[in-house]
Design a binder for this molecule. Structure first.
Ligand code: PLP
Length: 406
């Protein structure tokens, strides 16, 4: 077993420094630092090819991209969104003067529940803002059908969904091509990082051009400003790093998949622990490994969280608290606990375990052994004494341990 380094929920991937130095040299030579420079253009092109999408506009981060995405679609009034996300999702609406309306999540995918959207639509509703939580694709067809019926825009917070594909018409296609726009995050903690960064995926060149203007203060040429834009531009430094990172991301996702499989093997059949079903007909990115710790585990989620922390394993409660519980949102009628029973139950049970490419198998085993020890089960010392448990049948949801029915 390796020395017991502290384990965080993630550890940012970086390429070998030597691979990045020539790019830095070029930036120093050309003195082109920002404003749609050569690396920015190359990175947009390379991302389109890698992800299988048509048009990308790079941003300084995903939050700025979300704010600009809503602005570019002229979303006003109310936007229907999920409470089970990172706070930036709802904040981006508020930055546009739009009221978020929270709708509960699906107990299996933990994504916005399309069956509950229609009841929340009012004359003020102009858009739906779902997220592909942990990279699990939303029910994009059901959401689009509602959007079409009520003439609503759909803006996906796809911060978790880098590289995620789903089966469509006999082919694996990017999930990022759905809705009017999708927004990616390249923050340090995400599957693919440029230190900080983000992007909007747009369906056509005209929409991308409008977004490009909005992220550059609204300038359309040297002297003409046509909108109250912001500075959302990605720098040449981040774009160059992205070009190098792109060469390594497939390998990183492959290793994440192995870690995911090992966790599933070690945690299968543990009473009280529910694993999320791998999405059917999709190519996931294993961006997070979330477990739900139910009442019959014996001890609470927070007890497990503390037990891990005492062993220097910093698991994270993504997403707890719910966005709708933060002070600027909790007064909204849609934030009422009775409106969001599934999201509430999940937020109280969820724990995201460490997952990152350089995490070793022995460290995964250590995480699991600390979890099991937390409820009083005998600790096992190493791989050799691990119980040989059958892996979880794919697609089978062990929901019996989660009291979600309401
Ligand atoms: C990380 C994250 C964001 C914010 O991304 P930044 O690039 O840090 O601004 C937004 N939404 C979700 C769901 C996220 O996980």
């Amino acid at each position: 077993m390796s020395d017991r380094r502290p384990l965080y929920v993630t550890r940012p991937e970086l390429p070998p420094l030597e691979e990045f130095l020539p790019y830095l040299k070029e930036i120093w030579d050309t003195r082109i630092l920002s404003n749609n420079g050569p690396f920015h253009q190359q990175f947009e092109q390379a991302l389109c090819e890698h992800l299988g999408v048509r048009h990308i506009s790079l941003f300084t981060n995903a939050t700025m991209a979300l704010v600009t995405a809503l602005q570019s679609m002229r979303v006003t009034g109310e936007v229907i969104t999920t409470p089970y996300s990172f706070v930036a999702t709802a904040h981006s609406a508020m930055w546009n003067g739009i009221k978020p309306v929270f709708v509960d999540i699906d107990p299996v995918t933990l994504n916005l529940d399309p069956r509950k959207i229609e009841a929340a639509i009012t004359p003020q509703t102009t858009a739906i803002m779902p997220i592909h939580c942990y990279g699990t694709p939303c029910d994009v067809d059901a959401i689009q059908a509602i959007a079409d019926a009520y003439n609503l825009k759909v803006i996906y917070d796809a911060a978790h969904a880098f590289g995620v594909r789903r089966m469509e018409g006999g082919e694996m296609r990017s999930v990022l091509n759905h809705g009017d726009l999708s927004v990616l995050s390249f923050h340090a903690t995400k599957v693919f990082n440029t230190f900080e960064g983000g992007a909007i995926i747009a369906p056509d060149a005209k929409t991308k051009q409008r977004i490009d203007h909005l992220k550059n203060f609204g300038f359309i040429n040297e002297t003409t400003v046509v909108a109250t834009g912001i500075n959302g531009k990605m720098s040449e430094f981040n774009a160059a790093l992205g070009l190098v990172q792109l060469q390594h991301v497939d390998g990183a996702i492959r290793r994440r998949g192995e870690i995911d499989a090992l966790y599933r093997k070690l945690l299968a059949d543990v009473p009280g622990i529910r694993l999320l079903a791998p999405p059917a007909d999709a190519q996931p990115n294993h961006s997070y490994f979330a477990v739900l710790i139910g009442p019959d585990f014996g001890v609470s989620r927070d007890a497990v969280y503390e037990a891990l922390k005492a062993e220097q394993i910093m698991a994270r409660r993504y997403f707890y608290p719910l966005i709708s519980d933060f002070p600027m949102y909790r007064g909204l009628p849609s934030a009422a606990p009775a409106n969001l029973p599934i999201a509430r139950a999940v937020a109280d049970q969820v724990l995201c375990l460490p997952i990152f490419p350089s995490l070793e198998d022995a460290e995964v085993e250590r995480v699991v052994s600390v979890m099991l020890a937390a409820r009083g089960q005998a600790v096992f010392g190493g791989p050799s004494v691990l119980p040989d448990v059958p892996s979880q049948p794919s697609g089978l949801l062990r929901s019996s341990t989660l009291a979600l029915s309401t």
